[in-house]
Design a binder for this molecule. Structure first.
Ligand code: UVW
Length: 340
C-alpha cells in the first residue's frame, strides 16, 4: 500500500483498509445510517448509567500500577480556600465557588482502552527486526512517545483517545447476558459459547454494533465495597477465550465497532498458553487493538440495564459512551449511558 508506515502488515489485520493514516480503526464502521438505526432503539426514554463510581474497585490490589483517584485543591485567594468567597474579589459579590484537581489513572475503573494501549513487537519493515508497533503501523518513540524517549513530548501523537472521542461514540449496543447462562462461574467463552448465548437471547449482532458483555464481574466488585477480594475475582465470572481463533475471526467478520465488558480485561488474563516460543499474553487485545483498531471497554457496569432488558425480552439499546477528549492519552475513564 502506498504511503503506509509498514512494508508488511500483521496476518489477519486490517491495516491500511481505512487509509494509511487512519487512527480510529473499526469505529469507521459507525455510519450515520447505523446511528439513526440505534436511535430507533429508544422507546421508553429510560436511561441506565453503565459506569462504576470511578473510585472502584478500591485500593490498588486489582492492578498494582493503577491507583484510586486522588483529589488536590489549589490554593485560591488568601489561604487554602476550597469554598472560596468571591466577595474577596469584590465586596458586592455573594458567590461561593469550589473546584477540583484530580490525579486520575485513566484505566483504573470503567474505561476505554485506546488504540495506543496495546501494541506488539512486530517486524513491520520486513527486515527481520521486530520493533514496538501499534495499530496501522504507528510506532513507539515516533508517535507513541514515553517520558523517557529522547524526542520528549510524552503521549500518543497518533491514535490518542481524543480521536475516538471526536469520532462520536454513539450507536447500538447489544448486551450478551453471560451471567444469565453461567451465573458467577468462571467460564472461558469462545465462538461456540458466544453464539449459544446470542441464540438463547434470540439476539443478533450487526455491523456497526457495540458488543456488550455482561458477566456479573462489576456487580461483584461493587458488592466488595472498595475492598476487592482479588482471589475470588480471579476465579469468578465469564471471560472471553482470546485464543479461540474462531472467535477472533468472528470479531473480524462481524463488523462490530467495539467490545465492552464488565470484567477487567474482557478476556482471561493470563490467557491459556499459546503455541510456539513467543505469543501474546493478551491475544484478544492483540487481535482487537493492534490488528483491527477495535477499542475495548472494561469494568463497565451493566447490573440494572441487564435486569431491565431481561424483563422486557430485549437485548439492544442506544449506547452513548465517549471517552474524555484528552489529547495524547492511551485510555480514558468512561461514563457510558444506555437509553431504551
Ligand atoms: C492490561 O494492562 C491487562 O490492560 P487492560 O486494562 O486492557 O486489561
Amino acid at each position: 500500500m502506498e504511503n503506509a508506515r509498514w512494508k508488511q502488515r500483521p496476518p489477519g489485520s486490517n491495516w491500511g483498509d481505512f487509509g494509511p493514516d487512519d487512527q480510529v480503526g473499526r469505529m469507521n464502521l459507525l455510519t450515520p445510517q447505523r446511528r439513526l438505526k440505534a436511535i430507533r432503539e429508544v422507546e421508553h426514554g429510560l436511561t441506565f448509567c453503565l459506569s462504576l463510581p470511578l473510585d472502584y474497585p478500591g485500593g490498588n490490589k486489582l492492578f498494582q500500577h493503577r491507583k484510586e483517584p486522588k483529589f488536590f485543591h489549589e490554593r485560591r485567594g488568601q489561604g487554602h480556600n476550597y469554598n472560596f468567597r468571591l466577595s474577596s474579589v469584590c465586596g458586592c459579590f455573594t458567590d461561593v465557588i469550589s473546584d477540583d484537581a484530580v490525579m486520575l489513572y485513566t484505566q483504573y475503573s470503567t474505561q476505554w482502552d485506546g488504540l495506543g494501549h496495546v501494541g506488539q513487537m512486530f517486524d513491520a519493515n520486513g527486515d527481520g527486526l521486530p520493533e514496538k508497533v501499534y495499530y496501522n503501523g504507528f510506532r513507539a518513540g515516533v508517535e507513541i512517545i514515553g517520558p523517557d524517549d529522547a524526542t520528549g513530548g510524552h503521549g500518543a501523537k497518533a491514535i490518542g483517545i481524543e480521536r475516538l472521542a471526536a469520532a462520536g461514540v454513539q450507536g447500538r449496543g447489544v448486551l450478551v447476558d453471560l451471567e444469565r447462562l453461567h451465573g458467577r462461574e468462571r467460564v472461558s467463552v469462545g465462538y461456540d459459547g458466544l453464539m449459544r448465548a446470542l441464540e438463547a437471547q434470540k439476539a443478533s449482532v450487526e455491523p456497526g454494533d457495540f458488543l456488550c458483555l455482561y458477566t456479573g464481574f462489576a456487580d461483584l466488585v461493587l458488592e466488595m465495597k472498595k475492598d476487592p477480594d482479588t482471589e475470588l475475582l480471579a476465579r469468578s465470572c465469564a471471560v472471553l477465550d482470546g485464543r479461540d481463533e474462531k472467535l477472533l475471526q468472528w470479531i473480524t467478520d462481524s463488523g462490530i465497532v467495539a467490545i465492552c465488558a464488565d470484567n477487567f480485561a474482557v478476556e482471561g488474563y493470563p490467557a491459556r498458553p499459546g503455541e510456539g516460543e513467543h505469543y501474546a499474553a493478551l491475544p484478544l487485545h492483540e487481535h482487537c487493538l493492534f490488528k483491527l483498531g477495535l477499542n475495548l471497554g472494561e469494568l463497565w457496569y451493566y447490573g440494572e440495564l441487564a435486569s431491565w432488558l431481561r424483563s422486557h425480552g430485549r437485548s439492544s439499546f442506544l449506547l452513548t459512551a465517549p471517552p474524555l477528549r484528552l489529547p495524547g492519552a492511551v485510555g480514558s475513564p468512561a461514563t457510558p449511558v444506555a437509553t431504551v
